[in-house]
Write a protein that binds this ligand. Structure first.
Ligand SMILES: *Cc1c(COP(=O)(O)O)cnc(C)c1O
Length: 363
């Protein structure tokens, strides 16, 4: 068996220790004589795991008591419609800051439910995004019910390095691709959410954290599975939750805790991105970063080589060296290295050496 260095943008690498524990427990989980996929979600074993996972999430985030943790399904993409469905209506407005392809996808759904305004729209000609707006550039709509933004732009390789001040409006954030990559004051958000498959575990569960005052303002008359209030009241068990995904999320959260939590993770991720961007910036133009330097993502490192042929050769040679899923997003071209939490500093050091060797051979 051979494990590779995996830069997949999502579903992404999961810590090896987590996979090993899941393997060891596959046939007999927790003394039940079955896997976690084969027990009732109403039974006491699963119930304990479910509630523990909510508490672990709260603990790792350092969330104050007045936040509810919800386990939704349908990916982050379903939050794009669930959020406006719960808060907008004819005549209501919301602010959406547009910094990339996923922010646009959120806007597309929100427009079905109310009037959408943009404090900033960073799109350039040719559907390109290279930068995050500065605080002073944000033009907030006083009539907005909430302000939504995307903390890390998975495709474009840009990331917010500050939390916007939205003048007391409820702040909502799609953190799918950088959640728990470093410490953050989560109490600044009325709601944040993330599909698990980038930094938290496998696809299938989307974690939503919502502050009670914001939850209370949600509409009541909604389809059951679209209602935040139902998810909260039923502890995300109105229907069968994605038990296996929540189980892996539980193990990933314990792995995070054991390895020093967000403080430690932030230090490692800071070093990882420094090494990767240094390899780009010190390559004398052989590698070119795609995002503006002050807006660069720590998670998704996008760059290109002098020609598309060399991009292709890079992907191929990297694979031969045990470094996989390095191809850039189809609309971006080039290379994308998604260095989420499960990609170690050692993996990155090996990759940087590969980049230097590749340049020496091909420049
Ligand atoms: C991957 C991603 C999504 C989409 O997530 P799904 O779970 O596939 O719906 C949304 N937003 C961001 C920032 C992402 O990276």
């Amino acid at each position: 068996m051979k494990r590779v260095i995996n830069y997949s943008a999502g579903p992404a690498a999961i810590p090896l220790e987590v996979l090993e524990q899941a393997r060891d427990e596959m046939l007999d989980w927790n003394g039940t004589g079955c896997s976690v996929m084969e027990v009732s979600h109403r039974g006491k074993e699963y119930d304990a795991l479910h509630m523990e996972t909510m508490d672990l999430f709260r603990e790792v985030a350092g969330l104050p008591k007045d936040y509810h943790v919800l386990f939704c399904t349908g990916g982050a993409s379903t939050q794009f419609l669930m959020l406006p469905m719960n808060y907008l209506a004819a005549g209501k407005e919301a602010d959406y800051i547009v910094t990339g392809n996923w922010s646009k996808a959120a806007v597309k759904e929100a427009k079905r439910y109310g009037k959408i305004t943009h404090p900033a729209n960073m799109e350039l000609e040719g559907e390109r995004f290279v930068a995050i707006p500065k605080q002073a550039e944000l033009k907030l709509n006083p009539a907005a019910e909430y302000v939504h933004y995307t903390s890390n732009n998975t495709v474009e390789g840009t990331e917010w390095h500050y939390i916007p001040d939205v003048k007391g409006k409820p702040l909502v954030c799609d953190m799918s691709s950088d959640i728990f990559s470093r410490p953050l004051d989560f109490s600044k958000f009325s709601m944040f959410y993330a599909g698990a498959q980038k930094n938290l575990g496998p696809s299938g569960v989307t974690v939503v954290a919502i502050r009670d005052d914001f939850l209370q303002k949600a509409h009541d008359d909604l389809p059951t599975m679209m209602s935040y209030k139902v998810f909260k009241d039923k502890f995300s068990m109105h229907n069968t939750p994605p038990c296996f995904s929540i189980y892996i999320l539980n193990l990933v959260l314990k792995w995070l805790k054991k390895n020093g939590g967000l403080e430690a993770m932030g230090k490692i991720n800071e070093q990882k991105q420094k090494l990767l961007y240094a390899a780009i910036d010190e390559s004398k133009g052989f590698y070119t970063g795609l995002a503006n330097p002050d807006s660069r993502s720590w998670m998704n490192i996008d760059f290109k080589l002098p020609t598309p042929e060399l991009d292709e050769k890079f992907v191929k040679d990297a694979k031969a060296a045990g470094i996989v899923q390095t191809k850039g997003y189809r609309t971006m071209g080039g290379i994308r290295l998604s260095a989420y939490n499960a990609v170690s500093l050692k993996d990155v050091e090996y990759t940087v050496q590969f980049m230097k060797d590749f340049q020496a051979k091909n420049a």
